[in-house]
Design a protein around this ligand. Structure first.
Ligand SMILES: C[S@@+](CC[C@H](N)C(=O)[O-])C[C@H]1O[C@@H](n2cnc3c(N)ncnc32)[C@H](O)[C@@H]1O
Length: 547
């Protein structure tokens, strides 16, 4: 077996040294013992890594078997491939799993592979991609696409892979011409061209900012650092590694796995500025506020939030959205079981949550809610006052009981939440309050009759405007979201079905709102990017209030 990695070279050399020592009487036993130990360490490493790495999927195992048992010399002799392809080309189990892990960790969605061979690396990476992820694999040899495709077709992840046959450089030019961009690139083709691929990828923006290039064989059997190297591939990779080290646009680390994998990350634009010929305005727009890109700035990591009415519908969607953005979330609901169920859902997604039972129309409950959160997590940064009720009646028949009930929850309850959370926020000079109002604060939705609801929600907007202006100079922003008609199970009831048809004809968007349509708005209002917004009523109603 020809040694293919630095460790395999070591094993080869130590084995030779040990064989020589065994035939030589003058070699001390201690030296023989050290040689044996060194051999055990070096020869056991790859086998141990293989054994301790999560088992590959069935399609990958099949692809591996099919590749290593194929007669590649015969294929070449028959003229089916332009080049003689050694089966050792294959990425293999440990490296394949490492690539898949990198895809997961970087949350890459678009991946480019240069040099696919039989597709082991491509399928490993595809397994790490989300459902809507995609991987473009460049390969010179048409034979390899035919070889890999039947196994891709057997895998549920194979549909994410598009194979582009031809010279990789031609494919790169085609992709760049279309304005394509990737989160991760795996370079594993002709070594001499690595530097050309790299330069083209960087110069044509094929790699997004923050994206990663993985380069295989960057230790090239240790030839990159051995002084007596004359091998052209070894010298090319030595030069390649040095070029990357000198490039201010990226940072790199070489992981000594198998034949070495370089991880090269495209870093912030600020460090690349020196390469630019154009006059750059080096400000927060260019660098990002505190060096953070717009999506980063919308993250809520470390923030403490609560959502009232969080046990279902819009509140549940808000709780998930805030949690996905990084916040810890107290799920508050009058129904303890529903609050607990949502907290369990959050937990499954790795989000910290606590369930709190509270009736927001009761002052004691509201104060207990705030105290529970503060004693558990120390503070409150984001208060989503979402709980509300909706009763329908013709105004001439509206009872005072209905009016009071509606106002007690929708307006008085929301005020008590704003006040109790606001006191915590004002003390710390920071807070985001997001109230759920309604499109009914702007228009009179019809044909249903809901005077008390409409009026209470108009009150929520005015309260939001007043608090928003009163507290902004002490770091507390108060805004509200006004959803249009939201698609909930209630709406599909026998009674309401005729109304839905009426409503739809009133909505330019041609459909009701889904709770997921409202999620980005709550994250936006909860994050620092909306700091200049206060007292605002963010209307999300598919255009209904405009008709
Ligand atoms: C080391 S193998 C790739 C192994 C593969 N990444 C895997 O996961 O098993 C290198 C592959 O690059 C392809 N290749 C070489 N030069 C190329 C070029 N200029 N354009 C496209 N593919 C090329 C070869 O045909 C070969 O299949």
């Amino acid at each position: 077996m020809i040694p293919d990695t630095p460790v395999e070279v070591l094993v080869d050399l130590i084995t030779k040294a040990k064989d020589i020592a065994a035939t030589c009487a003058s070699v001390p036993e201690e030296l023989k013992g050290h040689l044996q130990k060194a051999l055990d360490i070096a020869s056991g490493l790859d086998e141990y890594l293989d054994r301790m790495t999560t088992k590959e999927s069935q399609p990958l195992a099949e692809l591996y078997e099919k590749t290593v048992s194929h007669d590649w010399d015969q294929v070449f002799k028959e003229g089916k491939t332009k080049f003689q392809l050694p089966k050792e080309c294959i990425t293999g189990h440990v490296e394949g799993q490492a690539l898949k892990m990198l895809i997961h960790m970087s949350q890459a969605k678009r991946v480019l592979e240069i040099g696919m061979f039989t597709g082991y690396g491509a399928l490993s990476m595809a397994e790490g991609l989300p459902e809507d992820g995609c991987l473009v694999a460049c390969e010179l040899e048409p034979y390899l696409k035919e070889f890999a495709q039947p196994i891709f077709d057997k895998s549920p992840h194979g549909k994410k892979i598009t194979v582009k046959i031809g010279s990789a450089m031609d494919t790169l030019k085609e992709l760049a011409g279309k304005g394509d961009q990737f989160d991760m690139v795996f370079i594993d083709a002709d070594k001499i061209n690595y530097i050309n691929y790299y330069n083209f990828i960087m110069d044509s923006n094929l790699l997004r900012l923050g994206g990663v290039i993985c380069v295989d064989n960057s230790l090239y059997k240790a030839k990159v650092y051995l002084k007596d190297t004359t091998d052209s591939n070894g010298l090319a990779l030595r030069e390649f590694n040095q070029c990357i080290l000198n490039d201010p646009r990226v940072e790199q680390v070489i992981v000594p796995l198998r034949d070495g994998i370089s991880l090269i990350r495209r870093v912030s634009v600020a460090s690349a500025k020196s390469l630019s010929q154009v006059d750059i305005t080096d400000d927060e727009v260019f660098r990002g506020v505190q060096g953070r890109s717009i999506l980063d700035r919308m993250r809520l990591d470390g923030k403490v939030a609560y959502v009232t009415g969080g046990g279902q519908g819009i509140g549940r969607a808000f709780a998930h959205a805030l949690g996905e953005a990084g916040a810890k979330v107290a799920v508050v609901d009058i129904d303890q079981t529903k609050a607990e169920a949502v907290v369990k859902e959050l937990f499954l997604k790795g989000i910290h949550g606590i369930p709190i039972k509270a009736d927001i129309s009761k002052a004691d409950d509201v104060q207990r809610m705030v105290d529970t959160i503060v004693s558990k997590w120390g503070t409150i940064h984001i208060a989503c006052n979402n709980a509300g009720i909706n009763r329908n009646s013709a105004s001439e028949d509206t009872s005072l009981e209905e009016w009071d009930q509606t106002f007690n929850v929708n307006l008085r309850g929301t005020f008590m939440c704003c006040q109790a959370a606001g006191r915590v926020m004002l003390k710390q000079g920071y807070g985001k309050i997001i109230n759920t109002a309604s499109m009914a604060s702007l228009i009179v939705p019809h044909p249903q009759k809901q005077l008390s609801y409409n009026t209470s929600k108009a009150g929520v907007v005015k309260m939001t405007q007043t608090l928003g202006t009163e507290w902004i100079d002490r770091g507390v922003r108060v805004n509200c979201i006004s959803p249009g008609i939201v698609d909930t199970p209630l709406i599909h009831s026998e009674d309401l079905r005729p109304l839905v048809q009426r409503w739809l004809s009133d909505i330019p968007a041609g459909r009701l709102a889904q709770v997921t349509d409202l999620q980005a708005a709550v994250v936006y209002l909860a994050s620092d990017v909306s700091d200049y917004m206060t007292g605002h009523n963010l209307v999300i109603e598919g255009g209904q209030s405009l008709w």
